[in-house]
Design a protein around this ligand. Structure first.
Ligand code: NAI
Length: 332
């Protein structure tokens, strides 16, 4: 049995992680949860946003599943998600966006996998603010190593999963330095994958193309800020943040997470939708080589989502978290 660190998080976190535990138990997934926590709850209980015991647990297990977390606003706290990504060098942010039968969206055939660079670019933390001059700098530093590894990860994923095309997104016409290094890496690496079509798009055109004809895209790779924006655009194409998975992956460690927030407006009411966290958990199973269990749960989830009656309110149904979880289990 492999151990996985489980972070239930705040708000609806405990409700949706309960659902995952129940479904994994019913599917007899051979993993053991090691429960730790972070966020508002641990700040109140232990005076720590990211307890040392959590860090030690992730270091040891190298794999974690995380519910949404509240980072207190305006008190000088750095985002917990950003801290965990930097602490474990989780440079790949992975966001699959696929149309689901039963979830009404504008498009019917979207199947995009987005790779966002997660540690550099405009989120490097290189910030200067000169009050006297009324001047501010946010530095978008990228490195060749950083560009290389995220682009290679996108191509490797495409090769392993029989994907046809990788689209690299940039703004090299204006952001000459960052754009140049990212493009040069893309052009060089693409030569190692001759079976995959390599495509380059400028970010503004890319946004327009994605909302007009998203079916033309397959695997997408982008620097941090562009990738962040495109990830949510992609989620919007297939039903929103409540139904898409997310993963932060490094060479040694990976944290799989629900990409939505803690939903304080519905916390404790038993109506939260566990789909996003469950899909992240399925990604985790595939990453761990437990594909057989991942496929079984994925199938049960798809059948449940196709039946409106079994869905939670955010998807137009009337079921609560418990009924939804029971429906998934009944389809295993
Ligand atoms: P949110 O995603 O929590 O909520 C936005 C809307 O979506 C709300 O109406 C909420 O009820 C609904 N919603 C979200 N997840 C849902 C689910 N699983 N089932 C049903 N409905 C769902 O975003 P908001 O309100 O901007 O942020 C609330 C808190 O979450 C903040 O403290 C923020 O810092 C935190 N947050 C944490 C994230 C993380 O840990 N990955 C990501 C985004 C926000």
């Amino acid at each position: 049995m492999r151990k996985v660190t489980l972070i239930e998080g705040d708000g609806i976190g405990p409700e949706i992680t309960w659902a995952i535990k129940e479904i994994f138990l019913a599917a007899q997934v051979p993993i053991e949860w090691e429960e730790e926590n972070a966020g508002q709850t641990t700040l109140t209980q232990k005076g720590e946003l990211i307890p040392e015991t959590l860090v030690e647990s992730i270091k040891k297990n190298k794999i974690a599943l995380k519910g949404p977390i509240t980072t207190p606003v305006g008190k000088g706290f750095k985002s917990i998600n950003v801290q965990l990504r930097q602490m474990f060098d989780l440079y790949q942010n992975l966001r699959p966006c696929k149309t689901t039968k039963g979830i009404k969206t504008r498009f019917e055939q979207v199947d995009i996998v987005l790779f966002r660079e997660n540690t550099e670019g405009l989120y490097s933390g290189l910030e200067l603010f000169d009050e006297r001059l009324g001047m501010a700098d946010s530095v978008a530093r990228v490195t060749k190593k950083g560009c290389d590894r995220i682009i290679r990860a996108a191509f490797e994923y495409a090769r392993k999963n029989n994907r046809k095309k990788v689209t690299l997104v940039h703004k090299a016409n204006i952001l000459k330095s960052v754009g140049r290094i990212f493009l040069e890496c893309g052009e060089a690496i693409s030569k190692d994958y001759p079976e995959i079509i390599y495509d380059e798009k400028i970010i503004d055109n890319m946004c327009m193309q994605m909302v007009i004809k998203p079916e033309q895209f397959d695997v997408i790779v982008a620097t941090n800020l562009f990738g962040d924006i495109l990830s949510d655009l992609g989620a919007g194409l297939v039903g929103g943040l409540g139904v898409v998975a997310g993963a932060n992956i490094g060479d040694e460690t990976a944290i799989f997470e629900a990409v939505h927030g803690t939903a304080p407006d519905i916390a404790g009411k038993g109506i939260a939708n566990p789909t996003a966290l469950l899909r992240s958990a399925i990604l985790m199973l595939n990453y761990m080589g437990l594909n057989e269990y991942g496929q079984k749960i994925d199938h049960a989830l798809e059948v449940t989502l196709a039946d409106k009656k079994a869905c939670t309110g955010d998807l137009g149904g009337k079921a609560g978290t418990k009924e939804f979880t029971e429906a998934v289990i009944s389809h295993l």
